[in-house]
Design a binder for this molecule. Structure first.
Ligand SMILES: [Ca+2]
Ligand SMILES: [Ca+2]
Ligand SMILES: [Ca+2]
Ligand SMILES: [Ca+2]
Length: 323
């Protein structure tokens, strides 16, 4: 057992050698021993170690503008390191809710709770980085089910994201107890470093089973092109927000890109009377052929964007020749 305590106006942490109820015998990280009144003990905890707790407490205090203000800042102490996200968030420049001081997502690692992919690990503090891969490249504290550093293995985007389009998500779930689990997910469509705007929750208690699952997300037509971030959380019951600590499950944060819509694509094929109306987007040439392998020739008399072809003609296959 370790304690955080106050002594002469400073915060200190150490391990308990003896607990005499009204006072404790403490050994500091430096090896120095000290008798501490029980009334001065602020916190008793099993992990992290006293030295690390103090470093974190001091870093939080300094980040807020001065030493000695630790009590003004949230400091979560867990029995074992939980799983944190890694999307960008900094004390001096708040971003996504990732750090404990910003009520970041955290999952207490209960062994039989659901996971994204196969692997999961716990870390003493979020490995935040701009690419949201910090948790992937930095090994967490070992937990029974993962000894490797690569634990972002649950979610794959099939295809690409474009405003107004759909995208398929392939999600692998590990559910040790069987049955189902729930997934909540968010994409920061307007790229303003939060997942709080309308339409940014893309998965709301989506039910998943052990193994591979698919679901579709809709990209708003207003989605900002370029780089942005997603957060996916799995838990037994779902209904989570991008924030806060929950028992069990896992969080994975990803960076992803929103691309311009394809600008050369057949948009519709409609039979009208004894003709087919074929429409397309982009400066392309529509070709036709009797087989899937051609030979191909330009559809005669076409105008940019759409044209009619006879339904009963020799051409059975069409393709767009894009610039
Ligand atoms: Ca982790
Ligand atoms: Ca995982
Ligand atoms: Ca947003
Ligand atoms: Ca990540």
């Amino acid at each position: 057992m370790n304690v955080l305590f106050e002594e002469d106006g400073a915060f200190r942490a150490g391990s308990v050698l003896a607990d005499n109820v009204s006072s404790l015998q403490i050994e500091l990280a430096s090896g120095k021993r000290s008798k501490v009144k029980a009334a001065n003990v602020l916190l008793r905890f099993a992990a992290p170690g006293p030295g690390e707790l103090l470093e974190r407490a001091e870093a939080e205090a300094e980040g807020a503008g001065g030493a000695g203000e630790v009590e003004d800042h949230r400091l979560d102490v867990f029995a074992a390191p939980p799983d944190f996200g890694d999307a960008p968030d900094f004390e001096e420049a708040p971003g996504y809710p990732t750090l404990p001081s910003h009520d970041g997502a955290a999952h207490v690692l209960t062994p039989d709770s659901p996971r994204l992919g196969i692997a999961r690990d716990g870390e003493a503090f979020p490995h935040v980085d701009a690419a949201a891969v910090g948790d992937d490249v930095t090994p967490g504290t070992p937990v029974p089910e993962s000894a490797s550093g690569n634990d972002e293995d649950g979610v794959l985007l099939v295809g690409r994201l474009s405003p107004g389009g759909d995208a398929t998500i392939r999600l692998i779930a590990t559910i040790p107890k069987g049955g189902t689990a729930r997934v909540d997910g968010w994409v920061d469509w307007n790229a303003d470093f939060d997942w709080d705007d309308a339409g940014e929750q893309v998965a709301n208690r989506v039910e998943v089973t052990h193994g591979t699952n698919f679901f579709t997300i809709n990209v708003p037509s207003t989605a900002v092109l370029g780089f942005t971030y997603a957060r996916v959380r799995i838990s037994q019951n779902g209904g989570l927000t991008p924030r806060g600590t929950v028992e069990g499950g896992e969080v994975e944060d990803y960076n992803l890109s929103v691309y311009p819509p394809f600008d050369c694509v057949i948009t519709s094929v409609s039979p009208i009377g004894n003709q087919l109306l074929i429409s397309w987007r982009g400066e392309a040439v529509l070709q036709q052929g009797p087989t899937l392998h051609g030979p191909w020739e330009d559809v005669p008399g076409q105008i940019p964007g759409n044209t009619f072809v006879p339904l009963e003609g020799p051409a059975r296959f069409f393709r767009l020749l894009c610039p």
